[in-house]
Design a protein around this ligand. Structure first.
Ligand SMILES: Cc1cc2nc3c(=O)[nH]c(=O)nc-3n(C[C@H](O)[C@H](O)[C@H](O)COP(=O)(O)OP(=O)(O)OC[C@H]3O[C@@H](n4cnc5c(N)ncnc54)[C@H](O)[C@@H]3O)c2cc1C
Length: 337
């Protein structure tokens, strides 16, 4: 395995930003790690960035350390018991192709997460979620490599500390664990999640199946979200704020139409998209940085925006939501400054 220098990441991030990695390598086998770890001894303080599909990152500048592009491939059915099938996928596998592969094998559980860009290895990072399902709902365990000690460790569902767009790997020990594979636990008796706008309409009374739901989700997403190959973006740019029930009660007095979803832990989830929309951000643009015309939550690069320009645009949105609603929006993608 080769360590390359000054490599462009333009085709490796979904905003299409023209940034460079000081050092770069592609990890296709765990054996290749020996070379990288040996090489790294010469640069012990060099920062590292694990890269999947680059669809949840905003590069504000070049990355001055080592980018490890994770390309570990595998798809296998490990075991089954009375209720579940256990399926493992390598971190470098494309997420959506893995969902469709599972469906082709006759396994349900992942269909609502169809068409989320990126890789299997990044999915646990922010506990990806869409259309009423999160990764944690069909997660069994993952195998990760400690970048500091080269130790391989299995992480159970509990150990991953999954939460809304969050995990142990994102918040507690970022940059330490390279996720090598993920094992899913897929139910033999599937529970369908069909309550989301557009899904029942697509099914038109047909008997649900994993494939049909996946097709529905794909059609809805394609109509709603910009394709990064055409218009650079990282999906939803802001997390939905989680606030206390008391705080929500206060806001509701002034904003009776504010959408809100009470959570099991007593908090209330608000819609970041609604907040931004109220302030007229949908479709706004400063040079080539803007929000998508159909979806205020999606920050887009119309062509030549830099990471700095996109980040400055995002800061303006954050500021305006803070001033109007007194709420602090947080970016969902990783911002690399
Ligand atoms: C159009 C569009 C729609 C989207 N819709 C959704 C959605 O519905 N729901 C949702 O949750 N997300 C969504 N996203 C965000 C994104 O697709 C997911 O977060 C996805 O999991 C990112 O995968 P990736 O491989 O591109 O990760 P990257 O962007 O490469 O990396 C993201 C983070 O994970 C880390 N990472 C990557 N691989 C590994 C690894 N093997 N080990 C350890 N750390 C690693 C990186 O260092 C970084 O911190 C969307 C993005 C786009 C562009």
């Amino acid at each position: 395995m080769k360590i390359l220098e000054n490599i462009s990441l333009k085709s490796l991030n979904s905003f299409g930003l023209d940034v460079k990695a000081r050092y770069f390598c592609t990890l296709a086998t765990l054996g290749g790690l020996r070379t990288v770890l040996q090489w790294r001894k010469t640069y012990p303080d060099l920062p590292v960035l694990f890269l999947g599909g680059g669809s949840n990152m905003l590069f504000v500048s070049d990355f001055r350390g080592l980018v490890v592009k994770v390309a570990l491939r595998e798809r296998s059915v490990l075991a089954e018991d009375q209720d579940y099938v256990y399926v493992r996928a390598g971190a470098g596998e494309n997420w959506h192709e893995t969902v469709r592969w599972a469906i082709e094998q006759g396994y349900a559980g992942l269909e609502n997460l169809s068409l989320i860009p990126g890789t299997v290895g990044a999915a646990p990072m922010q506990n990806i979620g869409a259309y009423g399902v999160e990764l944690k709902d069909c997660f069994h365990e993952l195998l990760a490599l400690d970048w500091q000690t080269a130790e391989l460790r299995h992480f159970s569902l509990e150990a991953c500390q999954f939460a809304y767009r969050d995990s142990y790997f994102k918040s507690i020990e970022p940059n330490r664990w390279l996720i090598a594979s993920v094992t899913f636990r897929l139910p033999k008796k599937p529970v369908w999640h069909l309550d989301y706008a557009g899904v029942p309409e697509y099914l038109k009374g047909q008997e649900p199946s994993a494939r049909l739901i996946s097709d529905a989700i794909m059609a809805i997403r394609q109509a709603k979200l910009p394709d990064p190959a055409v218009l650079g973006n990282a999906g939803s740019f802001f997390k939905n704020p989680l606030i206390s029930a008391e705080h929500y009660a206060q806001l509701k007095v002034t904003y009776p139409n504010m959408p809100a979803w009470p959570q099991a832990d007593g908090l209330v989830k608000l819609s970041a998209g609604w907040l931004i929309d109220q302030l007229g951000w949908k479709g706004k643009r400063v040079k080539d940085a803007g929000t998508y015309e159909k979806h205020a939550l999606v920050l887009v690069n119309h062509g030549t925006a830099t990471g700095t320009e996109l980040w400055a645009f995002a800061q303006e949105i954050i500021q305006s939501v803070q001033v109007r609603f007194g709420l602090a929006l947080e970016p969902e993608p990783r911002v690399i400054e």
